[in-house]
Write a protein that binds this ligand. Sequence first.
Ligand code: OAD
Length: 228
Amino acid sequence: MKRIAVLTGAGMSAESGISTFRDSNGLWEQYDVMTVASIEGWYDNPDLVQQFYNDRRAQLAAVEPNEGHKIIAGLEKDFQVTVVTQNVDDLHERAGSTDIIHLHGELTKACNESKTQVYDIGTRSILLGEKADDGSRLRPFIVWFGETVPLISQAAEVVSKADIILIVGTSMQVYPAAGLIHYAKPGVPIYLVDPAEVNVPPNVEVIREKASKGLSLLKKKLAYKQGC
Ligand code: OAD
C-alpha cells in the first residue's frame, strides 16, 4: 500500500464548529495568544489558562467530526495513512483514523508540570488548583509557545517516507510544523486543501476549497491515480 501523510490544522475542524486561530473571528482575535497559549502565560496566570482550555474541552464535547475527517479515515481502506495534526481536538480519532500524531498535544489529556505523567481526562474541566500525583499543578497536555515539540522528529520521519502528502486547513505559519513539508521525498505529489491563499512551494497542488469539498475532490483524484 502507498503511504499517505496527512498534515492537518485548525481549518480541518472548522466545519465541525471549532474556530480557527488566525481567520477573522478566529481565537487569536478574541484572546491574546501569549496569555493563554504560552509557557510564560501559564506561569503568569494559570487560572486564566485553565479556563481557556476548560472552555475548549466543553466545546469539544458538543461537536462532531465532519465529512472531511471521515474521508481521511476512509483513505485507510486503500492507503497506509498517518495523520500529523496540529489540532488538539480528538475529531480524527472519533472519525476512525487509527494512526495520529498530535504535534501540539491533546485536549482530552492532562499532565503534571514536567509532562512526565499524562492522564486521560476526556472533556471534563481541570479544577483550579488541581494537583497531579507528584504534587505539581495539573495542567493541560498542550504544547504551548515556548515549549519543545517532542513529536516533531517522528512526524518528519512519517513525511520523509510518504508517497503522497495532503495538507488540510493550516495557515502554515507556525514552526516547526510548517517546516515538515520540506522532509518530503523529491517528486512526491503534495496537495493543499484550504479556502484561503496559503504560502506554499510551487510543487504543491492547491485545491482552494473547504476541507470536506476539497477532500472529496482529492479522494476521486487519488482513486483515479490508483486505477480503482
Ligand atoms: P490557523 O488559524 O493559523 O489557520 C487555519 C487555516 O484554516 C487557514 O489557512 C484558513 O484559511 C483555513 N480554513 C478555514 N476554514 C477552513 C475550512 N472549512 N476548511 C479548510 N480550511 C479552512 O490554524 P493552524 O495553521 O492550525 O498552536 O495554526 C497552527 C497553530 O497555531 C495551532 O496549532 C495553535 C495556533 O497558535 C498552539 O496553540 C500552540
